[in-house]
Design a protein around this ligand. Sequence first.
Ligand code: TRH
Length: 413
Amino acid sequence: MSLPTASSPASSTLPLVPRCDLFCTVVDNFGDIGVCWRLARQLVREHGWSVRLWVDDLTSFRHLRPDIDPSLARQRCDGVDVRRWDADFGPITGDNAPGDIVIEAFACNIPDVCVQAMHARKKAGNAPVWINLEYLSAEDWVDGCHLQKSLHPQLGLLKTFFFPGFTERTGGLIRERELFSRRDAFLASPELRDAWWQRTLGLPAAPKGALIVSLFAYENPALAALLTQWANSATPIVCLVPQGRIAPAVGAWFGREVLAPGEPATRGALTVYGLPFVPQIEFDALLWACDLNFVRGEDSFVRAQWAAKPFVWHIYPQDENAHHGKLDAFLGRYLADRQDDTPDAASLSHGAREALRTFWHLWNGYASTAPDWPALTAALPELHRHARAWANAQAAHPDLARQLASFAEIQVK
Ligand code: TRH
């Protein structure tokens, strides 16, 4: 990254309704589009921006938002102008010219013609605010890299690196304004919870006396050992498994070819239900309905934190175990003694900390030993209190969309 030598955008204020182009390349799975879709909606709903979301894979998007039609080059969804980002971006016209803010998510390469058009805007004294939204990491270096800039070597356009994160020196986390009130209403209402079970699984009410777990993960060699421990558990366990990468292995453990949505399977104390892959708008309720959530990647990892329930993270695996450093950086923050006066902030015992840390390590393949379920279960009450304190402490930082909006305002002043 080079430091800027050119001047920043020249217009003095953003228009009343700033126009934003958000570009998303789906690398794999659902996290890239999951994050971009949330952000696009929030910028429209909470900040009044006009957002065009360019997505190169609408078929993946449709999993999160079933009314998306991959055959359409352009469609409107929740106030967002969703554009299919084809290989040929076409010439720049009034219909695809870059807006006031251009966000490239996760270092995707925005079309060359678009960069040229941004340059033309700059020459006209109206350069767009150009942002590269990075992946989330809890590592220390993020604080120093957030808001670093680089200068386009030929065109003199400035690009700012925007890092989500867990400290006040980062861009924060995606969190919608009403998220906590919706969560707390759900948690406080047995009727809402029962209705969720009825709608999702056709059960008359939430199961009583069982520990309820959701399981969203990549393929995982530790799975069979965990399922065996659950089957032998003294407490009944109900496990909800959305369709996806780990579901076939769960089915196979029960001797089934598939674990179809709505289908229960039981062994010992364990009952597993296959779930459909729910629309993203309903994913939070799945986390709220459970006592413990297994999540993965980036977006479900953040949502599990906002759910304020204990969780186990299956981090996205990278070459040469680069993800281990990221996992440990997060654990370091999550399990650190906190100096603030948030209720329950200091209540996590050494035993609970180590139970969680060791469980996460083994779930992420640090060694081939089976994760210690009894140790984790014993720690769950403490981890639950801790999860709430963590969510509250994180929510004290401004959320990512708000920080982006403030940053864009400041850039043009
Ligand atoms: O799907 P992920 O593994 O996604 C990503 C991508 O692989 C990406 O390339 C990688 O860099 C990143 O992980 C770290 O996990 P994630 O991020 O949790 O995204 C899953 C999305 O799917 C999230 O928005 C929640 C949503 N979801 C539903 O909408 N319904 C469901 O039933 C489930 C289980 C998830």
